[in-house]
Design a protein around this ligand. Sequence first.
Ligand code: IMP
Ligand code: MG
Length: 334
Amino acid sequence: MGCTVVVGGFWGDEGKGKIISYLAVKDKIDVSVRAGSVNAAHTIYHDGKRFALHMVPSTFVYDKCRLLIGAGANIHVPQLLKEIRETNVEGRIGVDKQASIIESIHSTTDKSDSHSKKIGTTGWGVGPAIQERAKRTAKLASDILDLKQFLTDAAKETNSAIDVGKTVLLEGTQGLMLSLFHGSYPYVTSRDTSAAAVCSEVGVGPSNVDTVLVVYKAFITRVGAGDLPGELSKEDAIRRGWFETAAGTGRDRRSAPFNFELARRVAKINGATEVAVTKLDILYPDSKEATHYDALPKEAKNFIEQVEKATGAPVTLIGTGPGALDIVDRRSSL
Ligand code: IMP
Ligand code: MG
């Protein structure tokens, strides 16, 4: 199965956590690396518990998986240590020594800045932390005593795993429409969120990637400011069952119907080789908890076919409910 990069298709919150935790167990991922920073929350249900992880990779559910945080990532030390305790992964997590550190001053700056308010940032301070990294005044993981036992060369570990044919997964955060380069600037996050950028943050060359899996939700949601084509009123969103609140900040998520033109562009920029569609059951209740493609209603299959046409990639994984195993996995039949 080689090396897979998983990224979000729209404005984040597509359900990457669920898809990645499924792959971790199903494909027995040996090594995984998380990119990005603490602003993203990936939701995972495991052992009857709900986790909203900002730092620890979503693959933690597979207990033989080596968990890494890449050199391009930005680490919130107290949050990371808290999550390490909650997930009980102290013995198998590593942090790249060159990952940068986000400090409480960055959050204070973010929360008091009028431009950040206009953008509607999460308030974690990721923008100010990245500014400091670009100024070359940021602290690195190697400067932090509490991280000493976790320090590693994540790029070296990951490339060695790829070289010996191990199964590797690179975990992207947010979605392409929040990319600093390709998203809805200035209403974006402070880094590129494309598959290529995830590889860059980890230190894996493009020729070593086998699968680029782009995760789309069956409808679109967005938190924070900025244009959202086809945006519904909150009442309409509630009526359709599309209304959500953010896993990280608790804010209302705005929503809109799936956008095929956007999906096409996003697939192209990421170089999608496979696509996942989550929450199909919200659009088509008759697909709830289906685990076989044939069990999906006709309209749901039509929708999936339209997604494949737009993205030019096969829809290999389909989320049909909140449970970890509410998934149609078509990988062996396509
Ligand atoms: P920042 O990344 O906190 O600076 O926020 C910039 C924009 O990205 C805001 O619109 C946030 O709502 C959005 N954003 C950042 N992280 C996430 C995420 O994990 N999911 C959804 N939106 C996010
Ligand atoms: Mg999220």
